[in-house]
Design a protein around this ligand. Structure first.
Ligand code: NAD
Length: 403
């Protein structure tokens, strides 16, 4: 991952050079075109990417991103994050990701279904063999996973499906559940505060942002700021998250125009005074330019890759605590693991059991990272979490005689 160098890890732990070699490159990169004839005169063509970064722990697992900015480089980076996320959480999955280059909110349902069916057509063997198991990511939804299931007819080929067709109760909320649990641990153990005394701002009111806001609000925290692509909101006394759900019922809607808070510009939003800032939208939000404006005492990465190297340096120099993406947003893939396991075994799990497993895994990993930070003299918590994930990958490579 861009923010961690394996050379730096060699200074704090034993990293066999063969393991470093295997982790430096993705194992498989597939690039294809999704071409659809829409009418006699019109065709649409979208670029699509599937990457397996490293599969020593199991099949490649990671979501499908629908975005006009999707690219091979972005997909490779996100697949790599998945390798470390799955390893950190002790899941039997490797790191994978897909990207399809289109703006999902501008296409009608008919076209969307056609795009996904064509995507399945192009990688049917990967899906049928179970070597890549997709799930929702930015821009994609449980309905899109239902379309994939409709094409493969095997429930274990895709996770994040609607509950009624073999999806998992709690999967929709799972990433936000994990981010809220990570935030609580950080507030109590790093800031020495109680959650009910903390002011929190959240960027993004899509799947991750809205459920993070929901759980933190219900745990008693004050969510003072929320933004999305359409606008930003501030209320010093706390935004009523349940009312905001009614105003903005899905990721396609916007928080803009909500009457229970004042509107702000995106830059005013980033500069808000708060205890915690949770980027839960896009990547490269915290940069060398924006980081000096962030006044929060802790950043919890709900989104994947929201912080650049310069951004992180600046936050750490200012004494801001940072909980990294591959730890903080792992709730979604933990739930996906339960859904995948249930699809194979026929077992059923309640949302409470799912949330319980997420909370336990996040808590155990948080305390292990605090310990690793001390023992390995890490410069940041990101390094500490990374050292734990890397250690699992090295052990798995040894067990499979890869190194
Ligand atoms: P989503 O499509 O449901 O929602 C994205 C949200 O971000 C929307 O509210 C959108 O308006 C907002 N947004 C986009 N660009 C913005 C900008 N420039 N400024 C402010 N807001 C902006 O996506 P999601 O599933 O919530 O994913 C968000 C992030 O979390 C992504 O980085 C994704 O990779 C990561 N993530 C998602 C999951 C999951 O289970 N969905 C799991 C782990 C990580």
């Amino acid at each position: 991952m861009a923010l961690i160098s394996l050379d730096r890890m060699k200074e704090i732990m034993d990293v066999p050079s063969a393991a470093g070699t295997l982790l430096k490159k993705s194992e498989k990169e597939i690039r294809f075109a999704l071409n659809l004839k829409m009418s006699r005169d019109e065709i649409i063509c979208f670029d699509a990417f599937v990457v397996y970064h490293n599969v020593v722990l199991g099949p490649a697992k990671g979501g499908i991103r629908f975005s006009p900015n999707a690219s091979m480089d972005e997909t490779k980076n996100l697949a790599e994050i998945m390798t470390y996320k799955n390893a950190l959480m002790g899941l039997p999955f490797g790191g994978g990701k897909s990207g399809i280059c289109f703006y999902p909110y501008k296409v009608d349902d008919f076209t969307r279904i056609a795009i996904i069916k064509e995507y399945v057509h192009m990688i049917r063997e990967e899906l049928s063999a179970g070597s890549y198991v997709p799930a929702p990511d930015m821009g994609s939804t449980p309905q899109d996973m239902a379309t994939i299931y409709g094409e493969t007819h095997k429930p274990e080929t895709v996770t994040g499906k609607p509950v009624i067709i073999g999806g998992l109760p709690g999967r929709l909320q799972a990433t936000g559940r994990g981010v809220s649990c990570a935030t609580k641990l950080g507030v109590e153990n790093l800031l020495g505060k109680k959650l009910k005394d903390a002011d929190i701002t959240i960027q993004g009111f899509g799947n991750v942002g809205r459920w993070t806001a929901y759980f933190l609000h219900n745990m008693g925290a004050r969510i003072t700021g929320i933004s999305d692509i359409g606008g930003a909101l501030y209320n010093k006394k706390g935004i009523d998250v349940e009312k905001l759900f009614l105003h903005s019922p899905s990721s396609r809607d916007t928080v803009s125009g909500f009457s229970g808070a004042e509107p702000l510009s995106p830059m005013e939003f980033l500069s808000l005074e708060s205890d915690i800032f949770i980027p839960a939208a896009a990547e490269n939000v915290i940069t060398g330019e924006t980081a000096p404006k962030i006044k929060a005492k802790m950043v919890v990465e709900g989104a994947n890759d929201p912080t650049t190297e310069e951004g992180e340096k600046c936050l750490l120099a200012n004494g801001t605590h940072l909980l990294p993406d591959f730890f903080a947003n792992s709730g979604g893939v933990i739930a996906s693991y339960i859904e995948w396991r249930n699809a194979k075994s026929g077992n059923q799990t309640s949302a409470e059991e799912v949330f319980d497993m997420i909370d336990k895994k996040i808590e155990a990993s948080f305390h292990a990272a605090l310990q690793a930070r001390k023992e390995r003299k890490c410069n940041s918590l990101r390094e500490a979490f990374f050292s734990l994930a890397l250690n699992s990958l090295i052990e798995a490579m040894k067990a499979r005689l890869w190194i």
